[in-house]
Design a protein around this ligand. Structure first.
Ligand SMILES: [Zn+2]
Length: 213
């Protein structure tokens, strides 16, 4: 199994970097800090949101150039685990897309998975282009505990252990400054709030339907 652990697609999300530091000597994987220039500047991105810049373009923006180079670097990798952090107050959860392998989703020791329709990232997120999942955690979480989640995911893949999850499917964005409790129903919608309170989304959250398997 060849696996890559990706951190800092968003340069201000230092959690990924910290988690990779914990994991380097612990699991056999490729470790990649995706956007070092943005990390150095402490910004989410410099030209364009890197997780909306795939498959990239060697003549494009800073992030499109990096995205193009990253996909080349991931040649031969079976799947990626892409670590994000959010200002939204939320438990950690899995983000999956059509290309996410079910076995990988099942292996992550978290209780919730959100399936993002392709339209949400216009097919331009990393995991739209390589099999994998993104993991989203509150920015204040202890990086060591996230490292445990990643290490256990890899161990579960090897032993085919699965962790049953509540499944949510992204339906639409909700505009407005109101902040809702995440993974709880938003009154009057019948839908569940995800990433409400994420500052980078500027007054928007994602509304999801809860579905059974
Ligand atoms: Zn992010």
């Amino acid at each position: 199994m060849t696996i890559a652990i990706i951190g800092c697609l968003h340069g201000n999300e230092v959690l990924g970097k910290r988690v990779i530091e914990f994991l380097r000597d612990r699991i056999d994987a490729r470790f990649i800090i995706a956007n070092p220039p943005a990390v150095e500047k402490g910004v989410r991105f410099i030209g364009t949101d890197m997780n909306r810049s795939f498959p990239g373009n060697p003549q494009g923006s800073q992030e499109e150039t990096l995205a193009h180079a990253l996909l080349a670097k991931l040649e031969g990798i079976e799947f990626v685990i892409d670590i994000h952090s959010t200002t939204a107050v939320t438990e950690g959860f899995v983000i999956a897309v059509e290309r996410s392998p079910q076995a990988l989703i099942d292996a992550v020791p978290l209780n919730k998975v959100v399936l993002m329709p392709r339209a949400f990232a216009s097919g331009k997120s990393l995991i739209d282009h390589i099999p994998g999942v993104s993991l989203e955690f509150h920015e204040g979480i202890d990086p060591a505990s996230v490292a445990n989640v990643v290490a256990e995911t890899v161990a579960n893949m090897v032993s085919s252990r699965t962790v049953v999850k509540e499944m949510y499917v992204g339906k639409r964005m909700l505009q407005g400054d109101a902040i809702f409790e995440n993974f709880k129903q938003v009154p009057g919608t019948g839908l569940y709030a995800i990433l409400s309170g994420e500052k980078a989304y500027h007054g928007t959250c994602i509304l999801c339907e809860r579905v059974s398997h």
